[in-house]
Design a protein around this ligand. Structure first.
Ligand SMILES: NC(=O)c1ccc[n+]([C@@H]2O[C@H](COP(=O)([O-])OP(=O)(O)OC[C@H]3O[C@@H](n4cnc5c(N)ncnc54)[C@H](O)[C@@H]3O)[C@@H](O)[C@H]2O)c1
Length: 389
């Protein structure tokens, strides 16, 4: 077992890959373990499997320095002192956390775990699961810690050194060793107990999700009474600090915010009324856009073009994206819809200029910086709930 080797499971994912780069960049050896051999192959060839600010350069350096290794085999954790788990923790169609899947993964993992290794869980988890894992597998090794990831997606390499790292663990050794490890890439370590750490992660995402819902709810009120929300918001914030935390309106979704709000809702046995109301408000922005389209004369004969289909700005990630949900609903309504994106490409994607030319109605889906400067021909309808064009 090598003292300097870290195994990251889910090492080709949005959390695991930049984390691996951050450690490798500090001269530690990193074994990226992932079931997705295609993504591992891309990383091996020097290409990040998704857009991540600054990743390409660091990846080239780490590959040249031979700091990164690759495996699809869980058994390769045997060689590492630290094992960091970054696999997904999805919810199902009924918005319930799939804890069994996560738990089952640990049954496979612990077949390869030895006494002196440190197991760090980094995925956002359903509260209580770390204790449950310890109860079942603690006899093999109880040096388990929970150190949640709190970066904003696609800026991990910028944020990891800046953000304080929450560290919690079941044993003194797991807390000390995990703290020492994260100290190599983060400035500050904050120690908490496990339950606190589990809640801190879910509270952080729920807090953001609820905040976006406040802006969206106020947008809906403005829209009903024909008031410009952007203007109202700007004036609310001007010289008035207590309003500065009001975010912009928009399509608030993605793979984490709704999912973690629903994990919390499940944990609180469905009583998380603020979280549930936020989901209704945020998801209703899609229906608002459809309502706006339906008010346009002859809308059935028009081509609708969506600018940006990723779940937020400056990412190529379309997981749980509301613009995509909108496209699906428009198609179900038998409307002609086309799309383009700065970062995401597939065979149906139009290039920007053709999309503008072909569309009668243009909807801003994802507020990528490039779209802020767009000048649309006068004969096009624009629907921009972000208020940036
Ligand atoms: N995306 C973010 O910005 C972000 C931020 C903070 C926390 N999180 C949390 O981190 C976790 C991971 O999220 P993500 O966005 O990186 O997901 P992801 O889907 O991008 O990455 C997960 C990776 O794990 C791999 N994987 C799944 N099961 C595996 C297994 N049994 N063995 C090996 N590899 C396996 C997948 O192939 C995938 O590459 C989630 O709990 C998420 O809520 C995500």
């Amino acid at each position: 077992m090598s003292k300097n080797l870290i195994s990251i499971i889910g090492g080709a994912g949005h959390v695991g890959f930049p984390l691996g780069l951050a450690f490798a960049n500090k001269n530690l050896y990193v074994n990226l373990i992932d079931l997705n051999s295609r993504s591992l192959k891309l990383i091996k060839s020097g290409k990040p499997p998704f857009y991540e600010l600054g990743a390409k350069k660091i990846l080239s350096k780490c590959l040249a320095d031979k700091k990164i290794f690759f495996s699809t085999d869980l058994a390769s954790v045997k060689k590492s002192k630290f094992i960091i788990v970054c696999i997904g923790t999805p919810i199902n169609k009924r918005l319930k956390p799939q804890t069994k899947q996560f738990f089952d993964f640990f049954s496979s993992l612990f077949k390869h775990i030895r006494k002196h290794q440190i197991i760090i869980i980094r995925s956002s988890v359903f509260p209580g699961i770390v204790e449950k894992i310890s109860k079942k597998f603690g006899k093999i090794n109880n040096n388990i810690s929970y150190c949640p990831e709190r970066i904003v997606q696609s800026k991990a390499l910028v944020e990891l050194p800046r953000l304080p790292q929450i560290v919690s663990g079941l044993t003194k050794k797991s807390v000390e060793e995990s703290s020492k490890l994260f100290k190599k890439i983060c400035k500050k370590i904050l120690v908490s107990n496990i339950k606190e750490a589990e809640l801190i992660k879910l509270f952080s995402n729920s807090n953001r999700y609820i905040n976006f819902a406040i802006a969206n709810q106020l947008y809906l009120i403005c829209d009903k009474y024909n008031v410009d929300f952007k203007n109202v918001r700007n004036l609310m914030m001007l010289g008035y600090e207590r309003n500065l935390n009001l975010p912009n309106s928009g399509f608030s979704a993605g793979p984490c915010l709704l999912k973690d709000t629903m994990q919390l809702s499940s944990f609180y046995k469905g009583n998380f009324s603020l979280g549930l109301a936020s989901m209704r408000v945020n998801e209703s922005m899609v229906d608002l856009v459809i309502k706006k389209i339906k008010k346009i004369r002859n809308f059935k004969k028009k081509t609708i073009g969506v600018l940006g289909i990723t779940f937020k700005a400056e990412t190529d990630d379309i997981r749980d994206s509301l613009p995509l949900n909108l496209i699906k609903k428009l198609k179900r309504n038998k409307l002609k819809v086309i799309y383009t994106d700065v970062y995401y490409k597939d065979k149906y994607c139009y290039d920007f200029k053709t999309l503008i030319k072909k569309s009668d109605i243009i909807i801003l889906g994802a507020p990528h910086k490039k779209y802020k400067r767009v000048k649309l021909p006068k004969n096009k309808y624009l629907i921009d709930i972000w208020g940036i064009i």
